[in-house]
Design a protein around this ligand. Sequence first.
Ligand code: ZN
Length: 391
Amino acid sequence: MNFIYTFVALILVSVLQAQRCDVIHGGVEQVDRQISTFSQPRHGNISIPVIFHIVYRNSDQNISDAQILAQLDILNSIYDPASIPNNTSIPEEFRNAIDIPKIHFCLAQEDPDGNYSNGIIRKQTTINNIGCRKQGAIYYIMSENLGGSEIWNPSHYLNIFIGEREDCPLAEAIFPDLATNKTDGIVINPKYFGPNNKSRPFHKGYTLVHEIGHYLGLKHLTESRNPNDCNSDDQINDTPPQSIQYFGCPSHPQISCGTNSMFMNFMSLVDDECMRFFTKGQVAKMNNVIGVHRPYFLFYSCDKTDINPSNDFIILSEKNYWIIQDKYHRDWSAELTLFDSFGRLVWHGKNLGSEFKLISSGNADFSSAVYYLSIKQDKKNTVIKLPILNY
Ligand SMILES: [Zn+2]
């Protein structure tokens, strides 16, 4: 009999410990009410540079570069697959709702000062459970002063912190409307980072897929704790309402709020083995959130973007204007977008077939120090960090 009680207690403990994620909720309603500057449907992929901060206490936690690349591959296989995945394992009634986010993740190629980076930082710490600790709103793991690794400008990078989390859920993400310069990104337990057969049932690297959903504004399908409460919704039209969370790997159909539940969605809390897809509504939400909160990523490209110095333009800076000139004295046409170091849109204009383009402080308030100019031509998008104006 004692054995049975112990067994039940162990199951309860393991269920509690196996809680996948803990989001910092602010609600994403504010995002809905804002109109993205870029409300047109975009074509092609969005690229997000990622900086991985590995903050380890022992060698097991100091995960390998190969493990990081494997996790990156998993993210891209879900968010930006080369071809539409086979969907025969998805219930037929949900197949029309499926969408691919077309977001590509790559290792950061330069640090915030413009120096070369391989996108991976390793730091040893003596603080146990550093991935669970906070001082006010500041996470230890995101702060060098608190024994962690200093967060990189979160407007320009997705910061992923990998560190010990033995007394808190596997991972957590910060919602875009609660992010600050010091608190943003994702914190994850190294055991559940990347593919890892020892970490069943969270062994396929989908914890990070789920957390990035939160980072881009998605909620769980429900937060209801009451089976009769069908009002706690994720505000996404094409995910059916549900009043209970699903765990493990249930079989379809499961009924809640009078309809079949979409428990196999990535924003559900089921096992990795049973997670399958995002919906069109969720992808639209992620796009809107990027436009409102993380517009720098609209201009960044993992493959095509030159962020200094090898591009076709020469930038001259004067007292209160920049002149953009083709290096080879050719006439050029492009759509120009200027944004500040927080990724906020400052000015938008065009150059139509001349060698020079002048952008002056008459166009906008240029009182901040650092600006980036996106030069969008037919087949190429160049992002240039502009020299500081000398007032
Ligand atoms: Zn979650």
